[in-house]
Design a protein. Sequence first.
Lengths: 351, 313
Amino acid sequence: MEKILQVKDLELSFHTYGGEVKAIRGVNFDLYKGETLAIVGESGSGKSVTTKSIMRLLPEESAEFKNGEILFGGRDLTKLSDKEMQKIRGKDISMIFQDPMTSLNPTMPVGRQITEPILKHQNINKDEAKKLAIDLLRLVGMPKPELRMKQYPHQFSGGQRQRIVIAIALACNPQILIADEPTTALDVTIQAQILELMKDLQKKIDTSIIFITHDLGVVANVADRVAVMYGGKIVEIGTVDEIFYNPQHPYTWGLLSSMPSMDAEDAKLYAIPGTPPDLLNPPKGDAFALRSEYAMKIDMEQPPPFFKVSDTHMAATWLLHPEAPAVEPPEMVIERMKKFPGSRYYEGSAN
Amino acid sequence: MAEKLLEIKNLKQHFNVGKANEVKAVDGISFDIYKGETLGLVGESGCGKSTTGRSIIRLYDATDGEVLYEGESVHGKKNKKDLKKFNRKMQMIFQDPYASLNQRMKVMDIIAEGIDIHGLAKDASDRKRMVYDLLETVGLNKEHANRYPHEFSGGQRQRLGIARALAVDPDFIIADEPISALDVSIQAQVVNLLKELQEEKGLTYLFIAHDLSMVKYISDRIGVMYFGKLVELAPADELYENPMHPYTQSLLSAIPLPDPNYERNRTRKAYDPAVHNYADGEDVKMREVSPNHFVDCSEKEFAEIQEHLAAKK
Ligand SMILES: Nc1ncnc2c1ncn2[C@@H]1O[C@H](COP(=O)(O)OP(=O)(O)OP(=O)(O)O)[C@@H](O)[C@H]1O
Ligand SMILES: Nc1ncnc2c1ncn2[C@@H]1O[C@H](COP(=O)(O)OP(=O)(O)OP(=O)(O)O)[C@@H](O)[C@H]1O
Ligand SMILES: [Mg+2]
Ligand SMILES: [Mg+2]
């Protein structure tokens, strides 16, 4: 498969009054053409900063690239000038933010908000841009798009506003679409419509999508692959089946165990104990060690490298070292592993 | 749990009445909330969940209808003393922990606000002690009292919101999407805390949410709203096992589950209000289809549901 984006050894810090916040501490991943890569992980783990650094949307006065490169179309995005970056942003790579209201201009009719980027990036006239905008609104499922063009954001419901933001993001057929919690504020029915819409569009224009969310149900629905972040690093990456049915990192185990299952009874919900790592003084070894009942001595001393689980699956935990003792994952995780051919708990196909 | 704490009777909340942009945000809903229970409220964005909560707690003057708290009308209260009493008994936790805490105030003063308003502390040291106790109750500690809200993580901030609500020793708490913005593990912390507090203090909750798996987990009963109306109300398990209103069925069919195999095979059910095909003036109202299970339906639909339930047995 064709790699459309490569993030290599990315390290990024923020300079603040309190000191240097090491927000991204060595992130590596590839994005393939036409795939959806979901990024999950604790609040503050660096999901948004990773994607904002691809878009170069971080505050220049405080954010510093310390190391690494972001390769797109043969160029390193971390080295481009603002002007070169502007040509890419909104055209080749576009982004949908969590709150549609912050990315829409409340004082401008939505039609103009869609035609503006089209006129900026494509060589077409106003009438053609207008026609294209109406088509896009129709494509995202907006009823009566011709009439809606003249309306202002507040005249739309939350779900409709998010569709407008998606229409804008898609206006120039981007090669990469970054969606940062695009459906968090929406109820499940509208959320499902938007997810279906994104999948349809992906089929039509072969866009690659990076999807950030803390809703693991949504991840299971949209993702081809999943990256799990913790404390400024990716700690596990694999296909959606590998992450949900054969997770290896104790943080991923904790994450999956925190979800109530639909048939769960009144038992207490599992919550990962402790607090997130302090990124001013990141821990020396495995950043999750202090909160993990599976931590070993070496976890306190040395950060674990990536161990290969399969050609598509890697996890950074010392538990995968050949000399590590075998441990039992939590009950809920074993239940998942029973469904995964290749896991030592596999029980054959259930159906 | 037979004792009623609140009775909501034909509550209406309309905005911009008489203007072109009139919105019937809440349009005649009735339900009871029992002492010590958690009533979940779910439904599409914009269907009137928050407005219902805000009208109950009197952040708005209701357009019509009544709210009775232990048999006394909440909205009829005119004198200050009575109002204060109700303010103390009913508290609200807001969706966005960041926006709902004053960023310039120290945690000590944020939490003590209600204590000060209601004059609950004997003196300064008593006030301090109360705040320390509250911080401990929500799993924080007294060192946190001198910090500002921005120095806390999302989950910790939501705990501050809970501590503030608990400060005046309420009986009833409206939690408006208290966990939607948090990540799963922190959601679990907050939900566990709410459950513990309920057991300890016998609190009653109205829990408003999007996330249907969390709502099922925390609620005893669940009400489903659609465009300003309540369309179904049932014990939590019953609602998930036997959803009867087509909107409820559609809502449940859309819940994404953390299971890729399931997601690949999911079929969603869309809701089109036209399916009811009600005749003009047909009597559509909440009817009890089985014990404690109410569905908004016509006489004819009621008969069909009865048949269906009988066939299922
Ligand atoms: N402008 C900034 N200045 C200083 N620190 C920042 C800045 N932006 C982000 N950070 C820090 O970088 C870290 C990663 O933040 P990021 O926004 O990527 O988290 P996230 O994984 O997206 O979390 P969430 O799920 O809460 O959105 C956090 O510790 C955050 O406090
Ligand atoms: N102050 C107001 N003035 C005018 N209209 C309002 C006001 N507050 C709410 N509305 C409208 O009332 C309806 C119900 O809003 P409400 O906030 O209760 O919805 P909700 O069910 O809480 O939705 P969400 O899940 O998105 O929070 C919406 O159409 C909204 O636009
Ligand atoms: Mg983020
Ligand atoms: Mg609301």
